[in-house]
Design a binder for this molecule. Structure first.
Ligand code: ATP
Ligand code: MG
Ligand code: MG
Ligand code: MG
Length: 455
């Protein structure tokens, strides 16, 4: 196929919209299955803040999918997913719950009773079929483009005859979403109206790490062999106590959280850099940078290791584990390790001083009886010491302080104004470079954001 193959998103879009070149091979493609490398650490889908703290959100994960391009639709998709889970994987139907779109009269969308009826037909018990709103059960990639109602499958890790329907979509560690079946039947037009598509399509996403945790009957994704080789290696390098595992509140010293964060982050870093991402201050590059900085600080704080060339030592383990399936991480391993070392070493230079400065700021806030760290302080840590806002938030949380996103945005705006004035008045260059400001704008809660992206 080589480099002439268009990016996967483009193929999906053309195929869904019916605009695919009829002479191309893709026009003949009616069905497909795949594993997509997904990154959700910025923009519309940003799970970064959950990572380490919950049992099933990662910044990088594999999304298994089956696709129909104008071929099979709801009935077949629902039947196939149910059969795979309950017959092939032999999951107990009593532990499974499904949802369908409840409809939205405000935008002229009917409830998806078709989906409900197919779930009933395959044998799902009525009290395991739930409705969901636009947020959970209507899938849209962005402001425009192919979209439609979706039906999700959730799993109760505990089971035992209970009915867990009230825990679905409630961030319960034991009741988790595993598979989203999206029924692509509309196109969101530039004027925001929904137009039926010429053909109807299926796009599903099944979280690989979540599936593994269920098939291996573990209490969390991190207790599976997706993560254990990395945990072993972390232990070996740092001399830390072993990962305790399970998923309770008793994470003595925060070490388990650090294991989860570091192992998660090295996966994102390795895959993103192998696919051409480089740490810098804009867009995707900033995702790589902030994830590395977040991870490096966790490693130093909880494993007490010296930062500078820590993450690169984990790369060979990941390559050994996943390089067969994803040869790009094998062929790019050396480059990935060099980039990681360079970036980590440069952060190591400011990390100490930044921590000292943070300590002073936090102490001052505490002495003044404040429960939060001021936006100006957060901005200063970002601007002077390269501390991503999400990292400062974690550090503040550790001391029981909060951060107001609005205040940070204000401080950013002030800095922007000041730098404009400075430039006008003295004819000097900008003190804050424009990339930093763009990067901050891209952070959640501070300004406009990108969508999640797949490398
Ligand atoms: P959740 O509600 O748990 O955040 P989601 O609704 O955002 O999941 P989808 O966009 O529907 O997820 O993605 C399809 C599937 O991908 C999910 O059902 C789940 O199995 C998996 N998935 C989504 N986000 C993550 C993540 N951050 N880490 C691991 N798996 C994920
Ligand atoms: Mg989500
Ligand atoms: Mg969901
Ligand atoms: Mg979902």
């Amino acid at each position: 196929m080589g480099s002439t193959v268009p990016a996967q998103e483009r193929v999906e879009e053309w195929t869904f919209l019916g605009t695919v070149d009829p002479t191309s091979n893709f026009s003949k493609l009616k069905r497909a299955v795949n594993s997509q490398k997904c990154i959700r650490a910025g923009g519309k889908h940003n799970d970064l803040d959950d990572v380490g703290k919950d049992s099933y959100h990662h910044t990088f994960f594999e999304m298994l999918g089956n696709w129909s391009f104008g071929d099979y639709f709801k009935e077949e998709a629902i039947t196939m997913s149910w059969t795979l889970l309950t017959e092939t994987f032999r999951l107990d139907p009593d532990r499974l719950y499904v949802t369908y779109f409840e409809g939205n009269p405000d935008v002229g969308l009917p409830p998806d009773t078709e989906a409900r009826d197919y779930w009933l037909k395959v044998g799902v018990a009525e009290d395991h079929i739930l409705t969901g709103d636009m947020k959970d059960n209507f899938w849209e990639m962005g402001d425009q483009g192919p979209c439609g109602p979706c039906s999700e499958i959730h799993y109760d890790r505990l089971g035992g005859g209970r009915n867990a329907s009230s825990l679905v979509n409630q961030d319960d560690p034991n009741v988790l979403e595993i598979w989203n079946n999206v029924f692509i039947q509309y196109n969101r037009e530039p004027d925001r109206s929904l137009k039926p598509l010429p053909n109807r399509h299926i796009d599903t996403g099944l979280g690989f790490e979540r599936l593994v945790s269920i098939l291996q009957d573990k209490p969390s994704n991190y207790d599976t062999d997706v993560f254990s080789p990395l945990f072993d290696r972390i232990k070996e390098i740092t001399g830390a106590r072993a990962y305790a595992g399970g998923f309770g509140d008793e994470d003595e010293g925060g070490v388990d959280t650090a294991y989860r964060v570091v192992a998660d982050h090295v996966r994102l870093l390795t895959f993103a850099i192998s696919d051409g991402g480089v740490p810098n201050n804009v867009g995707r590059g900033y995702v790589v940078r902030r994830v590395l900085r977040r991870g490096a600080r966790y490693a130093r704080r909880y494993f007490e290791v010296e930062i500078g060339s820590f993450f690169s030592k984990l790369v060979p383990t990941l390559v050994e584990q996943m390089g067969g399936m994803f040869p790009e991480i094998k062929s790019k391993a050396k480059e990935v390790m060099e980039i990681l070392d360079e970036e980590e070493a440069s952060f190591a230079k400011t990390l100490d001083r930044g921590e000292v400065m943070f300590g002073k700021m936090a102490l001052k806030a505490e002495n003044e009886g404040k429960g939060n760290l001021g936006g100006g302080d957060v901005w200063r840590l970002y601007d002077t010491y390269g501390f991503p806002v999400d990292l400062t938030k974690i550090m503040a949380e550790e001391r029981g302080l909060s951060i107001d996103d609005g205040e940070v945005a204000e401080a950013q705006e002030k800095a922007r104004e000041a730098s404009k004035g400075e430039k006008k008045g003295k004819g000097e260059g900008l003190k804050l470079n424009v990339h930093d400001i763009n990067a901050l704008e891209k952070m959640e809660g501070v300004g406009k954001t990108d969508d999640s992206f797949k490398f």
